[in-house]
Design a binder for this molecule. Structure first.
Ligand SMILES: [Zn+2]
Length: 75
């Protein structure tokens, strides 16, 4: 893909950090190959990259490291 589906901006290949929420679980993926629109910031993942992230999240694969995520309520 060379043009953004939404704004026709230029799409560039990048390695990004992606936060994936699955129910009460939050997974952070680093060095994810993606294509990012330089204009609107829309992110595109290849189908095999999405499959890899689903696979890791659903099989609770041992992570490289774990970080604490603070949760705040504005209630
Ligand atoms: Zn765009």
């Amino acid at each position: 893909m060379t043009r953004c589906y939404f704004c026709q901006g230029t799409v560039q290949k990048k390695k990004i950090r992606h936060v994936h929420q699955w129910g009460e679980h939050v997974y952070i993926f680093e060095d994810v190959p993606a294509e990012v629109c330089s204009q609107c910031g829309e992110i595109y993942f290849a189908p095999d990259v999405l499959d890899m992230m689903d696979e890791i999240a659903t099989h609770e694969t041992e992570p490289q490291h774990t970080i604490a995520v603070p949760v705040y309520s504005l209630a």
